[in-house]
Write a protein that binds this ligand. Sequence first.
Ligand code: 48H
Length: 257
Amino acid sequence: MKEVEETTITKAIVEKAMEDWLSLSEVDVAVVGAGPSGLTAARYLAKAGLKTVVFERRLSFGGGMGGGGMLFHKLVIQSPADVVLREVNCRLEPLEEGVYVVDTAEMMAKLAAGALDAGAKILLGLVVDDVIIRGETPTITGVVVQWTAVTMSGLHVDPLGVKAKAVVDCTGHDAEVLVIASRKNPELGFTVPGEASMWAPKAERLMLEKTGQVCPGLYVAGMATGAVHQTPRMGPIFGGMLLSGRRVAEVILRDLG
Ligand code: 48H
């Protein structure tokens, strides 16, 4: 086995991480959350040539996919969202016309691999705990990031800012970016009332309809859409998450020209 000195390992990691950070201090799109909607949005955005970074609080990607339905390792997908999974070679088991069952681990891995292969960066262990704001017409122009480990330690450490032409809240039920942005900047003109009770078919339809821009520079996809528009939850059917991720990418691509 090739012998590698500790200094080589340390220098490689620090230098290469710094190269990435220097490049990522200014991006086209900052996606917050590496769940199904965030990974899907990132894949389409990166595929279209936009410099895209995903910030994920945990040291793993997948968000709510890993929990399946009440910890059973299966999720349900409905057409036309199957197309999104077929594009990343995720296997689907047909259940009935237009309805499929997917293994959670496969869906997590394939969506993440798809985003990475398209050119998106996924940075793990980072929390977005604020936004950057500018302008007479208040516009979100980036995110504020901190190591998850620092937030857990309770140490006072100032975070760093990352500029982005578009920020997408894909943080799931808690809509963390939208909650922070609206609380700190009431002039943005929106509130986050939280999602409504379960009504799967209606939830899936409305999620897609409501996905998009919340205020200048700030977009929403996935379950966070339900939180800001108070649409119902849907339980472990994930077609809406995938289509919402794809939709927000389409909206951003149109808006950024
Ligand atoms: C960095 C953050 C931050 C932060 C959170 O929950 P997710 O899977 O989100 P979606 O919207 O892509 O998918 C929702 C789906 O999983 C779900 O919960 C469904 C369908 N529920 C239906 C129902 O009825 O219950 O992923 C969000 C990701 C997670 O990995 C978080 O760790 C991460 O975002 N995250 N990352 N900074 N401030 N907040």
